[in-house]
Design a binder for this molecule. Structure first.
Ligand code: ZN
Length: 89
């Protein structure tokens, strides 16, 4: 998909807003069920299912975030990155 400059600007603005909103949320890491590699981060307001691909073993997993709700000791405040990680399907 080719973004126009206006679409790119709008997408960056929304990503920046999203990052700012997440600064007060807790993060919890998600790990690949096959190899244990960290495959993403869920925020404390996350709900529903996500599909993610492990960058190490290439396994595609569908995770119900309700099963990964426990924050535990590793939960921490969001780092407030300005842009999300973009991945292709
Ligand atoms: Zn993996």
């Amino acid at each position: 998909m080719q973004y126009t400059e206006l679409e790119r600007s709008s997408a960056r603005h929304r990503a920046s807003l999203s990052a700012r909103e997440a600064t007060h949320l807790l993060e919890r890491p998600l790990y690949c069920p096959e190899c244990g590699f960290k495959i993403g981060v869920a925020y404390s307001d996350c709900a529903g299912h996500v599909r993610t691909k492990c960058q190490k073993c290439k396994t595609v997993s569908i995770l119900n975030l309700a099963y990964f709700r426990r924050a535990g000791k590793k939960a921490r405040l969001a780092t407030g990155k300005l842009l999300p990680v973009l991945e292709d399907d």
